[in-house]
Ligand binder design. Structure first.
Ligand code: ZN
Length: 181
C-alpha cells in the first residue's frame, strides 16, 4: 500500500509536470488524483500517476504522468464479459516515452529494465514517442512503457477501462488490488 507521504509527494510532482506542460487540471480532478503502485513497494521505479477524465461504458480518457525512469509494468487487456479487450492510444504530451510491444526486438533498449524484475518485461520491440507522437495498442496485446530522463506526460484515449481484469506478466502484481492502465 502507498503511504500518504508518497501519495502527496507524487501528486505534487505530477501537478508540477501538468503546469510545465500547460495542461489544466480542475479541482475535482485534482481531488481524484491516483497513483498506480502495483503493490511492489517501489513506486518510483514501477508505478505511475494518473487523472481519469472520463470512463463510460464505451470510452475512457486519462492523463498519465511518469517521473524520470518510472515504468508501467508489462500487461495486456483480455476479453471481458464477451467483449474484446480494451484498445488504447498513447499520445506523448511532454518528455519522452519508451514503449515496448511484441515484434522485432532491439539490441539495446533505451529504457532501463527494473532491477530484479527484468524477466517480467518480455516485449523488446521499441517505439519512442516524443510530444505530438502517438501509438495504438490493440486488445490483448502485451505492452509496457517507461519515461525518459525528463519524465513524461501521456494522454491515453481508450475503450472502457476495467483495470481489475488486466493481466500482468509479473506474478507479484495482482490487478484486482490496484489501479492500472
Ligand atoms: Zn494498457
Amino acid at each position: 500500500m502507498l503511504n500518504k507521504k508518497d501519495y502527496d509527494r507524487l501528486k505534487a510532482a505530477s501537478m508540477a509536470y501538468f503546469e510545465k506542460a500547460g495542461i489544466v487540471i480542475n479541482e475535482q480532478e485534482k481531488a481524484a488524483f491516483q497513483v498506480a503502485e502495483y503493490n511492489l513497494g517501489c513506486v518510483d521505479e514501477i508505478g505511475l500517476e494518473l487523472i481519469e477524465y472520463v470512463n463510460t461504458d464505451r470510452c475512457c480518457a486519462k492523463e498519465l504522468v511518469l517521473l524520470p525512469g518510472q515504468t508501467c509494468p508489462e500487461h495486456r487487456h483480455p476479453p471481458v464479459c464477451g467483449e474484446i479487450g480494451k484498445e488504447e492510444t498513447f499520445r506523448c504530451r511532454y518528455g519522452t516515452v519508451y514503449l515496448y510491444v511484441p515484434g522485432e526486438p532491439v539490441e539495446h533498449l533505451q529504457a532501463t529494465l527494473p532491477k530484479n524484475r527484468a524477466q517480467y518485461f518480455t516485449c523488446r520491440h521499441e517505439i519512442v514517442l516524443h510530444p505530438g507522437e502517438q501509438y495504438t495498442i490493440y486488445p490483448n496485446t502485451l505492452h509496457w512503457f517507461q519515461a525518459g530522463p525528463e519524465g513524461a506526460i501521456v494522454s491515453e484515449f481508450s475503450t472502457k477501462s476495467r483495470d481489475e481484469y488486466d493481466i500482468y506478466t509479473d506474478p507479484d502484481i495482482d490487478a484486482a488490488q490496484d489501479r492500472t492502465l
